[in-house]
Write a protein that binds this ligand. Structure first.
Ligand SMILES: [Zn+2]
Length: 155
């Protein structure tokens, strides 16, 4: 890992949220925003921007309840992101979030929400349970794998 750490006292969550507020106000990601994010997130920012450009960030809205679920489509797997609590179902999050480390899916979700660059999918509430079960099943597999292959590289 060669990614630079942020200035002392400024957490990754704070930096991301502050820049996202500016992005939302400007309606786009400017070079200034990009530089600020890049100095803290390095390669994760590149991966997040790639996800945005490739329309891999999806917002599911279930009706009639209005429940919202965010999904970031990764390589061969979909990740469930819960922005309100900074939660994701990927390895990177599982291993490193306790150190204040954000995975690129969370970065992608926040930038997508700030720019409006995401796919909006409306589904029936009847599908909610089925889809959540699928997404959570991924989470269980991730947790089990962690027990057997502790130092597998994180992608
Ligand atoms: Zn993640």
């Amino acid at each position: 890992m060669t990614e630079k750490r942020g200035k002392a006292g400024v957490s990754e969550v704070e930096t991301l949220e502050n820049v996202c507020k500016e992005v939302q106000a400007d309606g786009r990601i400017s070079d200034v925003h990009r530089d600020k994010l890049s100095s803290m997130f390095g390669q994760r920012l590149e991966k997040a921007l790639e996800a945005l450009e490739e329309s891999r960030v999806k917002k599911y809205v279930f009706q009639p309840s209005g429940r919202i679920v965010w999904i970031v489509v990764g390589k061969g797997r979909e990740y469930l992101v819960m922005p309100a609590v900074e939660y994701c179902t990927c390895y990177d999050f599982y291993f490193q979030f306790h150190q204040g480390h954000l995975c690129y899916h969370i970065i992608a979700q926040k930038l997508a929400e700030a720019t409006g660059q995401f796919d909006l999918i409306e589904d029936d509430d009847q599908l909610f349970d089925i889809l959540i079960k699928e997404w959570k099943a991924t989470e269980v597999r991730v947790a089990k794998k962690h027990e057997s292959v502790a130092d597998e590289s994180i992608t």
